[in-house]
Ligand binder design. Structure first.
Ligand code: CTP
Length: 402
């Protein structure tokens, strides 16, 4: 059974070429978007004879790209950006001519150029007259594309728009959506229960004041999302963050480190994997004033007391889940991270350097070095979303070794 939830937040580049089946691609865009994918449509010139770009723009909510050498388009999302942006390139319908051009390695229109420039998987859904499909040249081109790793969906047999009967009908949108979703179904953590903490905590001083930190929760949320994509059953315990809840997981909101610790203790029993991304305050005010503290003398002392170390507590349980901790360091990254691995007795530490522009707290990018008892791996700087997927893959591999 394919779960469409794998499509959540995936970037799908849909190429539409000039065949009568192009009208079905409108429904395809609708279904992909409904499943949570972000869709950008690229149309060939011939496709625009069958259906207007405006239809796809309205359905996808994104501009439609049609030309390779349009200075305006290239200044925004040009062919290279589109090729990089795509998590998967789907061409539906794919005409005999497009297949021939693709197989020949052409790059003289936008869609062919993207097919050349992308590293993303490609899935094509041919649609054409049955004789054109059976034609040896077409068959050779299809075989060549398949050899290059391009995936094929269909065509199906049946009555055709041209009045003939035979193979050449485009696969129905619902089935194509499932096939696209299947591409993202890693199943690495299928059915595994995962508990994740994320965001900062707020340690109250009085009813209106608190101590907190700069954590945005973005990395933790990206990891939660990646765990969902890997098939896990995810519970996300979040401090105060301004982030939308990813689909298909359970989110529990907390404020203070103590609240977070209590929720984690309640939830951890059945958990196979615990990932602590939260920036839990190490200390909280010893006393919380019942009323707002009024100003007084020039100096004031705030007495702090240590908060429970949630990660260390989980790792110290009699039969702990696989535990992953985070370490944000400004210096001696390796030394401190490896120290944490030992001190807290966790299975993996994901360490990142903070204070570098564009990465770390509140940034969209990050880079990590993963340390475990007898190994390490560097994950280069990239979007937190992409990084989270790589992290989940490594965690799944480490768990499978146990
Ligand atoms: N952590 C936790 N509970 C706490 C404190 C930290 O679960 N009360 C977890 C964090 O989620 C993170 C890791 O422990 O996974 C961070 O370790 P920690 O030693 O607290 O990091 P720093 O506070 O940055 O370390 P230090 O004070 O030693 O610089």
């Amino acid at each position: 059974m394919i779960s469409l939830r794998q499509l959540q937040n995936r970037n799908i580049l849909l190429g539409v070429t000039g065949g009568i089946a192009a009208y079905k691609s409108a429904e395809l865009v609708r279904q992909l978007c409904q499943a949570g994918a972000t869709v950008r449509v690229v149309m060939t010139e011939a496709a625009q004879q069958f259906i207007a770009p405006l239809t796809f723009q309205a359905l996808s909510g994104n501009p439609v790209s049609t030309t390779l050498l349009d200075p305006q388009a290239e200044a925004g999302m040009g062919h290279i950006e589109l090729a990089r942006w795509a998590d998967l390139v789907l061409v539906a319908p794919a005409t005999a001519d497009f297949i021939a051009r693709h197989a020949a390695g052409r790059a003289d229109d936008l869609l062919s150029a993207i097919c050349r420039a992308t590293a993303a998987p490609q899935l094509i859904a041919p649609a054409m007259n049955q004789q054109m499909w059976r034609n040896p040249a077409t068959q050779e081109n299809v075989a060549r594309l398949q050899q290059q790793g391009v995936m094929l969906s269909g065509p199906e047999s049946g009555s055709q728009a041209c009045g003939e009967v035979g193979p050449g009908r485009m696969v129905e949108p619902a089935q194509l959506v499932e096939q696209v979703a299947a591409q993202f179904q890693s199943g690495l953590l299928q059915g595994v229960r995962v508990l994740i903490t994320a965001g900062p905590t707020r340690e109250p001083i009085d009813p209106v004041r608190f101590l907190s930190n700069r954590s945005s929760g973005k990395m933790g949320f990206a990891i939660a999302q990646a765990a969902v994509e890997a098939g896990a059953e995810v519970t996300l315990v979040a401090g105060p963050v301004a982030l939308e809840t990813p689909d298909h997981l359970r989110r529990i909101d907390v404020e203070s480190g103590q609240e977070m610790a209590e929720v984690v203790v309640q939830e951890v029993a059945e958990t196979a994997l615990f990932i602590a991304t939260a920036a839990v305050a190490d200390y909280r005010p010893l006393e919380v004033a019942a009323e707002k503290i009024k100003k007084g003398s020039d100096e004031r002392v705030l007495r702090l007391i240590r908060n429970r170390d949630i990660l260390a507590e989980v790792a110290a349980r009699p039969s702990p889940p696989y535990t992953v901790g985070f370490a944000a360091e400004t210096e001696k990254l390796r030394e401190y991270a490896q120290q944490k691995l030992v001190d807290k007795k966790v299975d993996m530490i994901a360490a990142n350097r903070v204070g570098e522009a564009g990465t770390g707290f509140d940034a969209d990018d990050n880079a990590l070095i993963l340390f475990w008892a007898d190994g390490e791996r560097s994950l280069q700087r990239k979007s937190k979303r992409q990084l989270a997927r790589e992290l989940m893959a490594e965690i799944a591999q480490q768990i499978s070794k146990r």
